[in-house]
Each structure stands twice: as structure tokens, then as C-alpha cells.
Design a protein around this ligand. Sequence first.
Ligand code: SAH
Ligand code: SF4
Length: 420
Amino acid sequence: MNVRDSEHMIAELNTKEPYELTEELGDADLIIINTCSVREKPVSKLFSEIGVFNKYKKDSAKIGVAGCTASHLGKDIIKRAPAVDFVLGARNISKITKVIEEKHAVEIDINHDDSSYAFGEYRTNPFKSMVNISMGCDKSCTYCIVPATRGDEVSIPSDLIVGEIAKAVKTGAKEVMLLGQNVNNYGKHFTANDEKLNFTGLLQKISKIEGLERIRFTSPHPLHMDDEFLEEFANNPKICKQIHVPLQSGSTSLLKAMKRGYSKEWFLNRCEKIRRLCPQATISTDIIVGFPNESEEDFEDTMDVLEKVRFEQLFSFKYSPRPHTVAAEFEEQIPNEIAGARLTKLQVRHTEILDEVMNAQMGRVHKVYFDELKAGGKISGRSDDGKLFFVEGSEELLGEIVDVKVTKVSRGALEGVVCN
Ligand code: SAH
Ligand code: SF4
């Protein structure tokens, strides 16, 4: 989502003045640090980065802090780091051209509604586009700072979404990634019109766009994975067979304390249904260990879900207490060593599962969409189920979807040869 917000800022800036991206700090006229605040670590990194940028930048260059940490710390960022020229919250991206004109502007209104705003065009990768379908989040997971930094959930009108994707397709993108904190809650809150369309309906509408070949989305919420949605996922040939099902914890009592709205049984039932309807699909997940009060038994429930679902991809984190969250006030915080040991156990077991999953790929054929040239005469792309591929090849494969046979496997990526 932050990558897309950065693209939006570049697109907006370009509507006023042509900007060029640079890798050289000393060449930059404008430096924007787009921040995350989901866990504490990136927040603490921010101030040391500002210091480095301030030391090596041109005298006239401006520094701006954008994103979720901007929303949550606001003008305190300028108090602590006066070198910062402006602060732009995650919900206020469209105001980028305004804040660069003012000294010490702070725009962090989490109720600001950009849902019917048409941004300029800019994509990092010409072959793939990212399109927001909603902003904010209507949940209140007790560990999570996002509702406080991105505000209430608002769905973007479907015609605007379809228009954005159609524009991207015309300029070479065969694939779209639909973005939102809870994509499958789409349609619950519109501000700009009285549309009645849910996520399944949106997927069907988007699939009609001619020239669009692949649809991905992130993140769906397990609670909203109804049968209709899972059947659409399994049966719509344009939808890539890769789905993120964020678990957070395998313990029903912890899920309750997290206010996730589902149980361990519901989660397992949804994953079984995905495996049954669509055996070729890969399932990824997010897991937090060391949430307050997590007992050995709770953690074993998480390990049990890992064994049963055998997630192809795992994003796992030690619980990090965040300001403006309910769980930060819970008394039973888990000692760091215990949380660390659980995280290691979870990751080690997942690595074993991943090795088995990847080894089984040897000799298989996948449809790969090539989107990036690499050094050494290689080209990279992703299979429909989201696996990263490296193949010997050049420009003529860019933007093409071709059959590739796996010839070498590793944990993070596959190598293969194009089938003729
Ligand atoms: N809307 C998405 C999550 C966005 S945040 C969803 O509900 O799945 C991305 C991930 O960061 C979460 O899934 C969670 O695993 C992790 N996360 C959020 N808050 C956290 C915290 N306080 N400590 C550790 N991990 C956290
Ligand atoms: Fe955070 Fe929960 Fe909203 Fe995801 S659904 S962004 S974890 S509050």
C-alpha cells in the first residue's frame, strides 16, 4: 500500500512539474520518506534517516515525511527534527503538491476523503499496476495502529477503479493488484455514491476489462471469506491463484482478545475450502507471536494451524506494542526472549514446509508473466500462483505470459526454461 502511495505522490507531483527519480541523495531537490508504523522498528529508524538525509542533501532540498508515522506523530516530527519541511499523513496523499509549497505544513487529517479522487498516472513497473479499491479500515484489531493512521474505511466507486485499470491496460499492464486493508469488505462504506456492489461483484466487473489477464488482491480478511467469494476466486480464470489469509494467531481465545472476529475452526474451514476448490492455489499468511497473554498452549494452536494449512508463504512478527491500541495496555505482556524463541520455532518449521513445497516444483510447468530484466542475461517474472521465476532471456519476453518448466529450485525463487 505504501509503494502505491509513493506512486500516487510521484504522479501528483508530475501533474505540476516534471520530476525525475534519482538514486543520488546529493542530486535530489525533494526527499520524501514514506513511512510505516505497524511495528516500532521502522518508526525508530525514521529519525536517524532524517539525520543522514539532512547531512548529505543539497542546501535547498526539502525533506518530507509521509505515511502512517506522519499521521501518528504529526507536528512532533518537526519538533524533534526541524530539518523536516512537511508532514503528510497516509490519508492525505493528494495534498502533496500543496504541502511542498508551505514551510512546515502538517496535513494528517484521517477523515480526509480521497475516495473519489482521480490520481495522475505513474507506475514503477510498466507491466503491472496497483490500484486502491478502498482506503482505511473499519476493524479494531486490538494490536493494530492502522485504523488510527489511515482512518475509517471508504470504498472507491467501482467505475473509478475500472477506469484506472483500463488506463493501465492501455499502456501495457496485463496484471493488476487490487489494494485495501480488507479488500473483501469492499462495498460496505461508500461516501461518493450509493453503489451496491460487493467484492465478488467488483471482481466480476473488473474481469470484463479487455486486455487485462491477471487479477491479484491484498489483503482479504478471513472473516469476510464467504462461499460466494471463494467460489469466484477458484472459478474466475483471470484471478491469480494466490491468496493471503492472515491468521495472526491459531488460538481462538487470543483471536478473541485480538478482536479478529473469527475462530481457529472458521479459519481452518476457509483454508480447507480453498484447498478443495482450488488445489493449485498458494496460501500465504501473517502471524503475530507473543501477543499479550499468549500461553504455550495458544502458541501450539498457531503451530497446529501451520501444520494443517501448510502455508506456502509466511510473514511472521513478534508482537510490538503500539500507541493508540488497546493491547498495548494489556497487563500480561510476553517477555522478549519467549516471543523470540516462539518466532524462531515457527519460522524454522515453516522453512521445512517451504523446502518441501519448493522441491515438489521440480519439472512442473507454470505460466510466467515476465516483467523485469535482470543482470547476466536473465529475466524475472511470477507464476499465476505467485512464485518468483528467473529464466535466461531478454527483452522479447518482457510483457509476455509463457509456459516455463522448472529446472532448479530454491527457497525464494525458481529457475526454468521456456517451453516451446
Ligand atoms: N489489514 C491487514 C493487515 C495490515 S498490517 C490484515 O488485517 O491482515 C500487516 C500485518 O502486520 C498484520 O497482518 C499483522 O500480522 C502485523 N501487525 C500489525 N500490528 C502489529 C503489531 N502491533 N505487532 C506485530 N505485528 C503487527
Ligand atoms: Fe489492522 Fe485489523 Fe484493520 Fe488489518 S483488519 S488493518 S490488522 S485493524
